[in-house]
Design a protein around this ligand. Structure first.
Ligand SMILES: Cc1cc2nc3c(=O)[nH]c(=O)nc-3n(C[C@H](O)[C@H](O)[C@H](O)COP(=O)(O)OP(=O)(O)OC[C@H]3O[C@@H](n4cnc5c(N)ncnc54)[C@H](O)[C@@H]3O)c2cc1C
Length: 459
């Protein structure tokens, strides 16, 4: 087999790369090789600002995808070896595919706590299979522990009901991956509220698959929608106990079959199930000798998404952005970044083939992320936690309990980042202020005065 562009991975990075290539160049052949039988696409994409988009995640089967992109061939197989000299790859079912350009979008897998190998009660969440397993085991559990303090742990804490939950975090405040201690305090009140899930509950969240993948694509935003994430306690039996600044040191199995977790402060936690949401490690279950990796094992890519191997690119969770980034951008393993990288890798590969100059995409100018935490709309822009600024920055805050939390990070009176929680309607203005670096000293603290419509200043 042979194709001009061969893309590995049916997650959002691989799929957006294939879609973009098909649009840029409908004459050249594209092969999308995916270990998962379903692929992920973004639908109803809607621009909130220049860099923020809202969208829905959709699982698509191969046939429906191919019908929309006729020059893309989708193969259900696993990459095993890249032979850079002959520009070929070898798959698990012994296919050899020759490529002109190759893009690796193999994603990442949850990094579980070290004890996970010995106890099947320790789970990670990544794809449809893992969530189905969680929902089923949870329905028989009275007490669980969630280890980790990022987006997945935070969403789970909010969604879970009818179970006693021990939240084990190594930081001084909750949701530390995304927010500062102030915002964590703002959320604290909402944690115990046992709000019902908004939509109809369905038991299965996927198409019927004959061939279940060993490694599906990451679920992405709103993965919990339509799911009944409930323990076996009676209705209203939700209780959350937060253990700050600790990690799991040891685990023992008790006689009654439940687990005893020993924390680093020697506290003991008893539970039936542990969800480990402690970051990810790259999916690199193939061989390629010259591929340069970052210290934590992800594939290093330059500003054109090129790896260290000639004509091999990488995008999404599997890669490490190893270029000098714009001041207000940094990498996080997020759906939007995987999508941006996939599209941009397509442009770069097409540029290399057609010998056209490629300019780095605008989306790498500013970090932007829109999500929901504890039922609130959350928008993170630029250096929202003062990342890269050392101690040389000021913070302006406005907070109305249970309504909104607005934080501006300023350096030399110029906006560097913002956290916007609630319906603040400030995202567009903040994005412009960060990108334009307008001197805000004439406005003083009025910039956050709720009685003044800030946008009037700029009209
Ligand atoms: C539960 C959960 C919730 C999340 N929530 C959010 C959120 O709210 N907002 C947000 O922005 N991000 C969220 N994320 C992160 C986001 O989903 C990921 O950053 C994004 O999906 C990564 O996409 P990807 O295409 O790089 O990788 P993946 O989606 O992991 O896709 C990798 C693909 O490669 C295939 N593959 C792997 N190895 C091979 C091989 N050797 N051969 C062939 N195919 C292979 C896999 O089968 C899969 O199809 C969440 C992630 C999880 C797990």
């Amino acid at each position: 087999m042979e194709a001009t562009f061969v893309i590995i991975g049916g997650g959002i990075a691989g799929v957006s790369c294939a879609e973009s290539l098909s649009i840029l160049d409908s004459d050249n052949s594209v092969i999308l090789l995916s270990e998962s039988a379903l692929i992920k696409t973004a639908t109803n994409v809607f621009a909130i600002t220049r860099t923020l988009t809202s969208f829905e995640v959709k699982e698509d089967n191969f046939d429906s995808f191919i019908s929309r992109y006729p020059n893309v061939k989708v193969i259900h197989d696993t990459l095993e070896k890249i032979n850079e000299d002959s520009h070929t790859i070898k798959t698990k079912s012994q296919l050899t595919i020759k490529y002109r350009y190759l893009c690796l979008c193999t994603g990442a897998t949850p990094k579980l706590i070290p004890q996970a190998n010995n106890y099947p009660e320790i789970l990670g969440i990544r794809d449809t299979d893992s969530v189905e397993l969680l929902v089923s085991k949870l329905s028989k559990s009275k007490r669980i522990a969630i280890v980790g303090n990022g987006g997945i742990a935070t969403e789970l804490i909010y969604q879970i009901k009818n179970v006693e939950t021990h939240w084990i975090i190594k930081d001084k405040h909750i949701s530390a991956t995304f927010v500062d201690p102030g915002a964590a305090e703002f959320f604290n009140e909402g944690i115990l509220e046992n709000k019902p899930t908004e939509t109809i509950v369905c038991k299965r969240i996927r198409y019927n698959e004959e061939n279940v993948a060993r490694r599906g694509a990451a679920l992405g935003p709103d993965w919990y929608k339509n799911l009944n994430i409930s323990g076996s306690n009676s209705e209203g039996g939700k209780k959350i106990i937060i253990h700050y600044e600790v990690e799991v040191k040891d685990i023992h199995k008790e006689e009654n079959g439940s687990l005893e977790l020993i924390l680093t402060n020697n506290e003991k936690v008893h539970c039936d199930l542990v969800v480990s949401a402690t970051g990810v490690c790259p999916n690199l279950s193939f061989t390629c000798d010259k591929l340069q990796l970052s210290k934590d094992g992800f594939i290093n890519v330059d500003e054109f998404m090129r790896t260290s191997v000639k004509d091999v690119y990488a995008a999404g969770d599997v890669c490490n952005a190893n270029w000098e980034p714009a001041k207000h951008w940094f990498q996080m393993k997020l759906w939007t970044q995987a999508r941006h990288m996939g599209c941009y890798a397509a442009k770069s590969m097409y540029g290399a083939l057609s010998k056209e100059e490629v300019l780095q995409d605008f989306c790498f100018e500013i970090f932007s992320h829109s999500t929901k935490l504890f039922g609130f709309k959350v928008i993170l822009l630029g250096l929202f936690n003062g990342q890269k600024l050392g101690t040389n920055y000021e913070i302006l805050l406005r907070m109305t309990k249970k309504q909104e939390y607005v934080k501006f990070v300023l350096e030399n009176n110029k906006l560097q980042g913002a956290i916007l929680i609630g319906d603040t309607d400030l995202e567009e203005m903040c994005e412009n202020l960060i990108l334009n670096q307008l001197d805000l000293s004439p406005f003083g603290d009025d910039i956050l005065n709720p009685d003044i419509d800030i946008e009037d200043y700029f009209d």
